[in-house]
Design a protein around this ligand. Structure first.
Ligand code: ZN
Length: 281
């Protein structure tokens, strides 16, 4: 995948023959498209031109570019999907939960944007962006990623009650990332420094005909459960210690629907990291 300076070069090629407003900042776009392929970037350029044309703009504006980026990254806005007040409130607290946990935990990427406008298959989105291109992540960073992924569900639990939590793909994400950390990266607590073949590698033990023994399978399951439980506990500790901040984010979302980094500075003020959520000094 192209690095930041290569992404900028690719974007410059694709925007070269497209009328573009002076306010359009391709460097900023290059910065926030870490993980995008050359084809994704070409796609963003085309979507930006289509968006500008649809809205009758003579040149591509910064807003057209943002819309194109989000369309390619997550899917089109579904303004036609009407949420009732209850659903909006649940979505607002769910996204606020992801955002507050991610903001408070020290090894998480910063919050870039939060929205409760449905996009693609999601009801809302909280977007974290790394400040720079990174090739490696350590255990602290990945565990903060797990905790912030739990933040949505835990916020719902705190506000609406244990059995009122709604469906989402967050737990799937937590299970997959935990498994990846444990079997591929040797980051498990009991299985530290050991890696295991996944079903996909075709490498099987002789005794069971499976990628690893039954005993190891049980151990891995236990480790995954521990990672998920630890993430949920840390998310809960953060949200209980920052209940007022959680309320403020949710209320701002209900009012404005979308919050950008600049909007969040004031709202997050006074947030604290409780000792029980700390993994290190
Ligand atoms: Zn979520």
């Amino acid at each position: 995948l192209p690095e930041r300076k290569d992404r900028l070069a690719i974007l410059e090629v694709h925007f070269k023959n497209k009328p573009t407003a002076k306010s359009v900042n391709l460097e900023a776009l290059a910065a926030k498209t870490a993980g995008s392929s050359g084809a994704d970037l070409a796609n963003i350029a085309n979507e930006a031109a289509i968006t500008a044309a649809r809205l009758g703009h003579k040149e591509i504006t910064g807003a057209d570019l943002t819309e194109a980026f989000e369309r390619v990254a997550i899917g089109p806005e579904r303004k036609s999907k009407v949420m009732n007040e209850k659903e909006r409130k649940i979505t607002a607290y769910h996204e606020a939960g992801h955002a507050v946990v991610g903001h408070v935990l020290p090894d998480s990427d910063p919050v870039h944007k939060i929205t409760i406008i449905p996009r693609g298959h999601t009801g809302g989105v909280t977007w974290f962006l790394p400040p720079e291109d990174r090739s490696y992540k350590n255990i602290y960073e990945l565990k903060d990623t797990l905790a912030r992924a739990m933040g949505g569900r835990i916020a719902e639990k705190i506000i609406f009650g244990e059995d009122s939590v709604t469906t989402s793909s967050d737990l799937q994400h937590v299970a997959e990332l935990s498994k990846e950390m444990i079997i591929r990266e040797g980051m498990g607590n009991k299985t530290r420094n050991l890696v295991y073949p996944s079903e996909a590698t075709g490498y099987y033990t002789i005794s069971t005909g499976k990628p690893y023994s039954e005993k190891t399978a049980e151990l891995i399951d236990e480790e995954i459960a521990q990672f998920a439980n630890e993430a949920a506990k840390r998310a809960e500790a953060v949200l209980k210690a920052n209940h007022k901040v959680l309320d403020r984010v949710a209320e701002a979302l209900l009012e404005k629907e979308t919050l950008e980094e600049e909007d969040l500075k004031n709202i997050f003020e006074g947030s604290t990291l409780p000792d029980s959520a700390k993994l290190h000094d």
